[in-house]
Design a protein around this ligand. Structure first.
Ligand SMILES: Cc1cc2nc3c(=O)[nH]c(=O)nc-3n(C[C@H](O)[C@H](O)[C@H](O)COP(=O)(O)O)c2cc1C
Length: 220
């Protein structure tokens, strides 16, 4: 992480930790609330990687905080969602904004702040037709400015998840959940919203087994 990012996230982390008791700076955390039985589920995620047109020659420095799996660039939330789906034997749906975010990290940080200030609902690229068949959604997204990325708000506006379990997984650089659980409960008042796991970005690759174990446990 370069110096600007470090300064930004130190500031974000301090303010977010003051605002929320959910913050954690360790690898992962969870509460152990059990939801209704999981029969048919889907892993839904938003990640910077799938929402960015990176140049083909992205170098090692600018991609230092990204993951390469078998030569493929993957986001932290994406990795988490793929392990969850593999464990649950379910489909994966990616939340993708029609308009890509800039490849430059700091430009994305600024644009995300602007979108948040405007309470924007970016139009989503693809529809999740079979969501009504699912009783459970494993939702994974990165903390963006102590909040949900705005395309995740668009997802909640497009789909009514009433009566479903929503297991919320977040990845972050120190803020943990901030107040995202409360926000999701407001957006989906008739869903069973469960705080699942909060995983710090750099710790994601090392948390595969704890993420898989968590899902296994919910499947009973
Ligand atoms: C626009 C933007 C805003 C962010 N805001 C925060 C924040 O407020 N608090 C925090 O802990 N991390 C913040 N982060 C860091 C990401 O949550 C973290 O790096 C995450 O692991 C990235 O997941 P991804 O690879 O799936 O996109 C932000 C990152 C971006 C790009």
């Amino acid at each position: 992480m370069n110096r600007i990012k470090k300064v930004l996230f130190t500031a974000i982390t301090l303010s977010a930790l003051m605002l929320s008791a959910c913050g954690d700076t360790s690898g992962s955390s969870s509460n152990d609330v059990k939801a209704a039985p999981v029969n048919k589920s889907a892993a839904v995620y938003f990640s910077r990687v799938g929402n960015t047109d990176f140049p083909g020659d992205i170098d090692a420095v600018s991609s230092a905080s990204l993951n390469y799996v078998n030569g493929e660039l993957k986001g932290n939330a994406q990795l988490m969602a793929e392990w969850i789906a593999d464990e649950a034997g379910c489909d994966v749906f990616e939340i993708v904004s029609e308009e890509s975010y800039p490849a430059d990290y700091n430009e994305t940080v600024d644009l995300a702040k602007k979108e948040q200030g405007e309470n924007k609902r970016p139009k989503l690229k693809q529809a999740f037709d079979n969501i009504s068949d699912c009783d459970t959604v494993w939702l994974v997204f990165p903390n963006w400015w102590a909040d949900l990325p705005m395309p995740v708000y668009s997802f909640f506006e497009e789909y009514d998840l009433s009566g479903k379990n929503i297991y919320v997984f977040i990845t972050h650089e120190g803020s943990g959940y901030s107040s995202t659980i409360e926000t999701i409960k407001e957006l989906e008042p008739d869903a069973n919203v469960v705080e699942a796991l909060s995983v710090k970005g750099g710790s994601v690759p090392g948390e595969e087994s704890s993420i898989r174990d968590y899902v296994k446990k919910q499947l009973g």
